[in-house]
Design a protein around this ligand. Structure first.
Ligand code: GDP
Ligand code: MG
Length: 163
């Protein structure tokens, strides 16, 4: 079984941009898989000899559910539960937001391995871009640029190390 990597984060952090980059390998097939929930976007990728399945969750939008504000979207939570690893994207140009903290807490409870990726870091000092995000309590933040590709291969190799 290929490991499944779920991309999560608040809207506009670059999840879909990263998804496109991660599924751009020569044998990539970016398509919804039959039998899997349609609201999520699945694609195949490969780094070196390691294939993986990646899920673009389409956004960790807070929804109102039976009066509970800021409950996470069900589809995203389901993707988190089904994933072997989570890549949690944040925006290195915006800094930590309250929504990032809510998502971080929820992901910590998931029991899944979480990799914190600080996106949009092109042209920035990677250590400085990452530094602010240590406060999310998810270990070492990795600065990347989904749009330019910087740091993406290193991130995926780290995520896939146990597989
Ligand atoms: P999503 O809502 O999390 O799926 O985010 P998108 O992938 O749709 O990207 C949101 C916006 O951020 C778009 O305008 C992207 O072009 C931009 N974006 C994504 N990745 C990067 C990046 O690495 N650097 C910069 N500067 N912009 C990015
Ligand atoms: Mg998107």
């Amino acid at each position: 079984m290929k490991p499944t990597i779920a991309l999560v984060g608040r809207p506009n952090v670059g999840k879909s941009t990263l998804f496109n980059r991660l599924t751009r390998s020569r044998d990539a097939l970016v398509a919804d898989q039959p039998g899997l929930t349609r609201d999520r976007h699945y694609g195949h990728g490969r780094v070196g000899s390691k294939p993986y399945l990646v899920v673009d969750t389409g956004g960790f939008e807070p929804v109102v559910d039976e009066g509970i504000l800021f409950e996470m979207a069900k589809q995203t939570l389901q993707a988190v539960d089904e994933a072997d690893a989570i890549v949690f994207l944040v925006d290195g140009r915006n800094g930590v937001t309250p929504q990032d903290k809510i998502i971080a807490n929820r992901l910590r409870q998931s029991g899944r391995p979480v990799f914190l990726a600080v996106n949009k870091a092109e042209g920035m000092n990677r250590a400085i871009a990452a530094a602010e995000f240590y406060e999310l309590g998810l270990g070492d933040p990795l600065a990347i640029s989904a749009a330019h590709g910087d740091g993406v291969r290193d991130l995926v190799e780290l995520v896939l190390e146990p597989f």
